[in-house]
Design a protein around this ligand. Structure first.
Ligand code: 5RP
Length: 247
């Protein structure tokens, strides 16, 4: 891992001005912008994904000002530690002021689909332990209704076929996430189903229902752990969406 390719904020700002930013540069822009939410002297909650990787790299530049991080995945832990940022276990931390993470989709209430990087269970755990969820995303992630992005669901392997059938009865199609002809195994030793054909008009009700299906470890709808703020990378710069007070 190297930080050599991170564009500095002056470069990013001039690219914003000329509207030439790629999706990855928009992710870098919000990754940098998220530094303003880091509370000096505190432990920061850190998510997973390519947008968060930009945040972690930016965090390296102020690592002397924080106590450390709680991480939502093995891959983020490795990236944080490679930068010399101490990583704490959730159980040893009583309070996390701010959690920074990306999303696959986010709506105008701060409800999200997450888990494209298979880290949804630990992401939900760290989010639940945090006082403020700051979502960082490029503008392609902002949607009217959740469900176009295939919904990740982490399941206990022996339940996967039954859960696939349960989604079928809802008119949706669930398939086992595969890599190199093998099921993807999460950091928790479980499988991921990706579900298409959904229109999630009531994210709280949907999360409540699917979370109760036997064998479901975590559904990738983040309604109870929704974002409080979203830093959205757009062609004209970073837009801040505030979702408080709760809906
Ligand atoms: C990982 C996640 C990510 O936050 C989500 O997939 C967005 O990823 P990226 O920043 O790479 O677009 O939920 O489990």
């Amino acid at each position: 891992m190297t930080t050599a390719s991170i564009p500095d904020s002056a470069t990013l700002q001039s690219q914003v001005a000329s509207q030439t930013l790629t999706q990855d540069q928009l992710k870098a822009l919000v990754g940098q912008a998220a530094l303003q939410y880091v509370v000096p002297g505190e432990i920061i909650g850190v998510g997973t994904g390519s947008t968060v990787n930009h945040f972690i790299d930016a965090l390296g530049s102020i690592k002397g000002h924080i106590k450390g991080a709680v991480s939502s995945s093995v891959v983020s832990t490795q990236r944080l530690q490679a930068l010399g940022i101490p990583v704490f276990d959730c159980n040893s931390v009583s309070r996390i002021a701010v959690y920074i993470d990306g999303a696959d989709e986010i709506d105008k209430h701060g409800f999200m689909i997450k888990g494209g990087g298979a880290a949804l269970t630990r992401e939900k755990i760290v989010a639940a332990q945090s006082e403020k969820f700051v979502c960082i995303a490029d503008e392609s992630k902002l949607v009217t209704t959740l469900g176009k992005f295939p919904l990740p669901v982490e399941v206990i392997p022996m339940s996967s076929q039954r859960i696939i059938s349960q989604f079928q009865t809802k008119g949706a199609t669930a398939s086992l996430r595969m890599k190199a002809n093998q099921p993807v195994v999460t950091d928790n030793g479980q499988y991921i189903l990706d579900v298409t054909g959904l229109q999630i008009t009531d994210p709280l009700a949907f999360e409540t229902e699917v979370s109760q299906w036997p064998g479901v470890l975590t559904v990738g709808v983040f309604a109870y752990q929704r974002a409080h703020v979203c830093l959205l990378g757009t062609a004209t710069g970073v837009k801040t969406l505030n979702f408080d007070p709760p809906v």
